[in-house]
Design a protein around this ligand. Structure first.
Ligand SMILES: Cc1cc2nc3c(=O)[nH]c(=O)nc-3n(C[C@H](O)[C@H](O)[C@H](O)COP(=O)(O)OP(=O)(O)OC[C@H]3O[C@@H](n4cnc5c(N)ncnc54)[C@H](O)[C@@H]3O)c2cc1C
Length: 313
């Protein structure tokens, strides 16, 4: 791929290359807007971290996350999406054309579609990296069904942890919730629903010190009591970390309205607080966080950008 030309005003620059970005790329390329994409530090997005995606429509046998992202990219490139595997450092949306800086170089566009996603917050416990997307997940909706009749743990004390644990009882024999303290951030209702479930055990005052595994995958965890440092082992073949997500919006430097957690807010359909700047996928969505919902929103953002451009001419 040739270097993208700076100085030329593009119709659309798409920032981020997950399902939202590639779908926005596909739609805007097919609308002949000649979109330019900066794919970012993790080309392909979060699905590059997972081996099996079984809930994206159109793949009856499931598909590997990285394979799916290669296919999404190929499909969008076929219609002319220009992709560069580079990170956007900062933007200036105070006037049009908008400015985007990549490796110190300035690019101009009439519209931006921000699809930079969110990062799950991981524990960083010993052995975690090797089991990410194998035995250790951050999404029960995505991976829960892989743990039918097995024992799993959920780490966290908020509503997400309670929801994930309750959902996992559909598949797992036993679900143990591990929380650092005996105070839970979850709402009373969500906590009680989990606490009253016969398959769920709640273990307060525990942190994960290390993950245990063999050649087949995860086998358990070493738990530590933060009060006295005592260790114990727990057996599990799956673990779900539910301690939060961080939307990747720091590079916006406060120019686009976000909520207090940093998720971009939509003002009109997929348009943000700045007319001409659109956003799609996990960077605006703290609720569903699915590839298919991100892709759907990417489609909507591209269509909104196209209509907005038409209205300007
Ligand atoms: C381990 C794991 C397994 C999952 N399994 C499933 C599943 O089975 N099914 C399902 O539906 N969902 C699953 N999900 C959730 C799914 O991956 C996300 O909902 C989806 O990827 C969100 O898409 P997105 O396009 O919004 O953003 P992301 O996929 O998060 O992509 C964000 C993109 O933005 C780029 N970026 C970030 N900052 C910058 C920047 N400054 N400049 C340029 N680019 C930037 C990154 O490089 C990346 O390409 C899983 C998630 C994880 C972590």
């Amino acid at each position: 791929m040739a270097r993208p030309m700076s100085g030329v005003v593009r119709n659309v620059i798409i920032i981020g290359s997950g399902p939202a970005g590639y779908t926005a790329g596909l739609y805007s390329a097919r609308a002949l807007l000649e979109p330019l994409m900066f794919a970012g530090y993790m080309s392909g997005g979060q699905l590059m971290l997972t081996s099996d995606v079984e809930n994206y429509p159109g793949y009856p046998q499931g598909i590997g996350g990285p394979e799916m992202m290669v296919e999404l990219r190929e499909q969008a490139e076929r219609f002319g999406l220009e992709v560069h595997d580079k990170n956007v450092e900062r933007i200036d949306v105070s006037s049009r054309p908008f400015k985007v800086w990549v490796e110190g170089e300035e690019f101009l566009a009439e519209t931006l579609i921000i699809c930079t996603g969110a990062e799950a917050i991981w524990l960083g416990a010993e052995g975690e990296d090797a089991q990410k997307g194998r035995g250790i997940s951050t999404c029960a909706t995505c991976d829960g069904a892989f743990f039918r009749d097995e024992e799993v743990i959920v780490v966290g004390g908020g509503d997400s942890a309670m929801e994930e644990a309750t959902f996992l009882t559909r598949f797992a024999n036993k679900v143990t919730i591990i929380n650092r303290r005996d105070v839970f951030r979850a709402s009373k209702l969500m906590y009680q629903r989990a606490a009253n479930h016969p398959k769920i055990e709640i273990r307060p005052f525990r942190t994960v010190k290390a993950w245990l595994s063999n050649e087949k995958g995860l086998t358990g965890a070493v738990l530590e009591d933060p009060r006295d440092g005592n260790n114990e082992e727990i057996a599990c073949t799956g673990a779900f970390i539910a301690i939060g997500h961080k939307p990747l919006t720091r590079f916006l430097d406060g120019q686009i309205e976000t909520d207090s957690s940093g998720y971009i807010l939509h003002h009109e359909h997929t348009m943000t607080s700045v007319p001409g700047v659109f956003a799609a996928g996990d960077v605006v969505d703290s609720r569903y966080r699915q590839a298919v919902t991100a892709a759907g929103m990417g489609c909507a953002a591209a269509m909104d950008a196209e209509r907005w451009l038409e209205d300007q001419s």
